[in-house]
Design a protein around this ligand. Structure first.
Ligand SMILES: Cc1ncc(COP(=O)(O)O)c(C=O)c1O
Length: 498
């Protein structure tokens, strides 16, 4: 160990043969000496040349350490005085109590209980653990066939935009999103989903979840009532809860959400959240009558309708059902879509079609939240759509998911017809398998998770006790051999839980 006394300084200890590089040892020494008060604000330190000579080391590590200390604000340079300890090191940091702390260690505070946080945050920490999300095994809901994504094309497009990025790709951008992508989405939604909008109404988000969150912030005040489908999407529940909303569960049946219950029990609701094209998780389509009833009620009551159109591209037996937004004549519908299913979830890109009078509010709230989404990926996906890869990928995935759905239904029939009742298998990337009455679906999901199977319990979609347990089985990201194997294992998990 070298132990050398540098001029003006307490002794510096260096370990030349140690694992930590010399520049880092020097940086740590100075930082610690400043934090624990051995070096005072504005105190002069030796020049790098003198220090290197005194420590008998090369000047390079000294220069590197000083550069870092300058960059982090521990050192300052004054003309005529050389390098000094910065004068603006906060008093708190140089108090003697800090002296016993190692770098990175936090001060211990005597506490009688947990520290105070908001009631909302505390409520979120009490949500039940979701064991089925701990793996990416068979039946993971919302997982597309990632190994069938055209990654070669995608990476060429990423390279195209990142090799010589336009200034606009690297600079701050409009909160509403990349204009060419907004145009491409408006065109796609008009043609494929019957959405009536122009590009100025498209707000690009980091997925549907942010679309829900922004809608909650723009439309709701704390304690406002929001009608939720029962069973329904937990992500939407969480978004509205985080805005302090009061949730009212409204049952769904074969025709979708029960509008008569909304009219009877929730006359003053500020908003209704629905998945009309493909109810999550049960899979039915909202009937034309219910759609008209809901739209008329919303006009009369002044409520907003938040339409989550999360996977309507995948409908197997018939053409995709047109959006509710396209039938709305009073601009009451906020339409939310996502690239998570048709592309991949980690892309974190989605969109909201915003009624024109709400545009300034949505843009301002988005700006306050996280300013805007990565422009690079917005530009890449624009090319992906405009060059025809998007439509081709959806067509291929529709075929693949149809095959996987057929394989899953067949495997259930062959292995477990006596145990599981399949519903909602006409569209999307998941189906619901109802368990025999009285079976605890959470117990089944927990034991399946131990086998690497990611089956979501249906009860997790309910706010009230569910009438019957079940499993939501995603098949988009599960290959046929994986499906066969997982169904055999699932049989054992179900039998053991009955
Ligand atoms: C009903 C519903 N909406 C939206 C999403 C997609 O969310 P995001 O776009 O935030 O990935 C999902 C995915 O699980 C979903 O099930």
């Amino acid at each position: 160990m070298k132990r050398v006394s540098a001029s003006f300084l307490p002794p510096i200890s260096l370990q030349p043969a140690g694992k930590i590089p010399i520049y880092r040892q020097l940086y740590d020494w100075f930082r610690q000496a400043i934090l624990d008060g051995r070096l005072r604000p504005a105190q002069r330190v030796p020049s790098t040349r003198n220090l290197a000579a005194e420590l008998k080391i090369s000047r390079i590590p000294v220069l590197n350490a000083f550069e870092q200390l300058h960059a982090e604000g521990y050192f300052e340079t004054f003309i005529g005085a050389g390098t000094c300890v910065a004068r603006s090191i906060p008093d708190d940091a140089v108090r003697p109590t800090a002296s016993k702390l190692r770098p990175g260690q936090q001060r211990k505070v005597q506490r009688s209980g947990p520290r105070r946080m908001s009631r909302l945050a505390a409520a979120f920490t009490r949500l039940p653990e979701q064991s089925w999300l701990n793996n990416l095994g068979a039946f993971r809901v919302s997982l597309p066939a990632l190994d069938h994504f055209p990654i070669g094309i995608w990476s060429k497009l990423v390279a195209r935009h990142s090799r010589k990025p336009a200034r606009g790709i690297m600079a701050y951008h409009d909160a509403m999103g990349h204009p060419p992508l907004r145009e491409a989405i408006a065109k796609y939604l008009g043609a494929a989903r019957g959405v009536r909008c122009d590009p100025s109404q498209i707000l690009i988000t980091t997925g549907s979840q942010q679309g829900l969150q922004l809608s909650a912030l723009v439309l709701l005040d704390p304690h406002d009532a929001v009608c939720m489908e029962e069973p329904g999407y937990h992500g939407a529940r969480h978004a509205f809860l985080s805005a302090g909303a009061r949730l009212i569960p409204v049952p769904v049946d074969q025709e979708g959400v029960d509008v008569a219950t909304i009219m009877r029990r929730a006359r003053n609701a500020r908003a209704v959240y629905i998945t009309p094209s493909h109810q999550y998780p049960m899979g039915m389509t909202m009937s034309a009558t219910r759609r008209m009833l809901l739209l008329n009620w919303a006009v009369r009551s002044g409520a907003w309708i938040i339409e989550d159109d999360y996977d309507s591209e995948y409908r197997f037996a018939s053409r995709p059902i047109a959006s509710l937004q396209g039938q709305d004549t009073d601009a009451r519908v906020i339409y939310i879509g996502t690239f998570s299913k048709v592309m991949f979830p980690a892309l974190r890109l989605g969109y909201v079609v915003v009624p024109k009078d709400l545009l300034p509010a949505f843009a301002a709230v988005r700006d306050a939240a996280d300013v805007f989404s990565s422009t690079l990926y917005q530009a890449v996906i624009t090319d992906f759509i405009q060059e025809g890869h998007f439509a081709r990928h959806i067509r291929r995935m529709r075929m693949l998911y149809m095959e996987r759905r057929t394989a899953l239904v067949k495997a259930i029939r062959a292995e477990m017809e006596d145990l599981l009742e399949v519903i909602g298998a006409e569209a999307g990337m998941h189906l619901v398998a109802l368990l025999p009455a009285g079976t605890n679906d959470e117990a089944v999901a927990r034991s399946a998770a131990k086998q690497g199977i990611s089956a979501q319990p249906l009860s997790s979609c309910y706010m009230n006790p569910p009438p019957r347990g079940g499993l939501i089985l995603g098949y988009g990201g599960s290959s046929e051999p994986q499906i066969q194997d997982a169904i055999r294992k699932l049989r054992l998990c179900i039998s053991a839980s009955m």
